[in-house]
Ligand binder design. Structure first.
Ligand code: GNR
Ligand code: NI
Length: 175
């Protein structure tokens, strides 16, 4: 098991389209284990491949409430089969945009089809925080971020802040 480095704004990788996973094998299962470990450690409730520099259509999530309420889910090559007309709003954050939060409105329920880490096809109806999180992760596979749903003014401000921060770190020789 290993902790992976998380890619943050304004890294252009976050805007990449991820490619389908071709084989669900031991190498991929090792990646999944490392993504779960990285996600729990962060801590976060979801993590997409591209956030750890792997541009493949895969994400992990766990919206459980803690040690005795765990719900680890890994979706590989997910597709959205259905989404509800009714919407729900959550305050979202992203491990790739640390310490920034904003309310985002999305379909309240979404049905996914995907492969699990054993290569078995699954269908899952996600609701509540699960639905929000799974859609946030699905967006990452297409290079989309939750800040794409806020006003342009606020988005530009966040990107500017992280760009400035990255330049400062660069100068100091961090990373
Ligand atoms: O840890 C996370 N919390 C979160 C809160 C509300 C909606 C979505 C999320 S996902 C985020 C982790 C992350 O960046 N996943 O891509
Ligand atoms: Ni995210």
């Amino acid at each position: 098991m290993a902790l992976l480095d998380i890619v943050t704004l304004p890294d252009p990788m976050l805007r990449e389209q991820s490619a389908p996973v071709e084989r669900v094998d031991d190498d991929l299962r090792r990646l999944v284990e490392n993504m779960f470990e990285t996600m729990y450690k962060a801590p976060g409730i979801g993590l997409a491949g591209i956030q750890v520099g792997v541009p493949r259509r895969i994400f992990t999530m766990d919206c459980g409430k803690g040690d005795d309420d765990k719900n680890p889910i890994c979706m590989i090559n997910p597709e959205i089969l259905w989404q509800s007309d009714d919407l729900s709003t959550y305050e979202e954050g992203c491990l790739s945009i640390p310490d920034y939060y904003a309310e985002v409105e999305r379909p309240a329920s979404v049905k996914f089809r995907f492969l699990d880490q054993f290569g078995k096809e699954q269908e899952m109806l996600c609701e509540g925080l699960d639905a929000t999180c799974a859609q946030h992760e699905f967006d990452h596979l297409n290079g989309a971020l939750f800040i794409d749903y806020i006003s342009r003014l606020r988005r530009d401000r966040v990107i500017k802040k992280f760009t400035k921060l990255a330049k400062q770190k660069d100068k100091q020789g961090i990373l």
